[in-house]
Design a protein around this ligand. Structure first.
Ligand code: CMP
Length: 143
């Protein structure tokens, strides 16, 4: 079954959006298979955002993502990579549709609440960067 990596950024945690975000994904029908709160190291942040290393906003991005706790998650379900991205909305919250997480809760591209893997290869890479296999629980509802 398809899996994706999502991380609620320090702004999302500090604004009390963790429950709301998890609820949206649960209610959509996706399954939470990995979850932890962590203080991200500069090393993890730099690896995770490695593709943006040459961008002018890179130092600020690393600074921000390491500035407070992050909620890292792995979600599972049919089409979860693309659908979670749709539910998250465009990178710049000013362009995100209302009804999306960023569209409803943000106005600043550097404080855009949540990160989500953008493609299957990225999801595999990000899941293994942030989680050990022993931290993921394969389960499905029996209800
Ligand atoms: P994310 O989906 O986590 O992936 C890369 C992040 O870089 C993105 O969300 C934004 O938070 C951030 N980002 C992208 N463009 C800019 C920008 N122009 N200024 C600051 N941060 C940016």
């Amino acid at each position: 079954m398809e899996r994706t990596f999502l991380a609620i950024k320090p702004d999302g945690v500090q604004r009390g959006l963790v429950g709301e975000i998890i609820q949206r994904l649960e209610q959509k029908g996706f399954t939470l298979v990995g979850l932890k709160l962590l203080q991200v190291s500069k090393e993890l942040a730099s690896t995770h955002y490695g593709e943006h290393q040459a961008k002018p906003f890179f130092p600020g991005l690393v600074e921000f993502i390491t500035s407070g706790p992050v909620v890292a998650m792995v979600w599972e379900g049919k089409g979860v990579i693309a659908t979670a991205r749709k539910m998250i909305g465009a990178t710049n919250p000013l362009n995100s549709e209302p009804g999306t997480i960023r569209g409803d809760f943000g106005i600043d591209v550097g404080r855009n609440v949540i990160h989500g893997s953008d493609a299957p290869e990225t999801a595999v890479k990000e899941i293994s960067l942030w989680f050990g296999p022993e931290e993921l629980v394969a389960w499905s509802s029996s209800l």
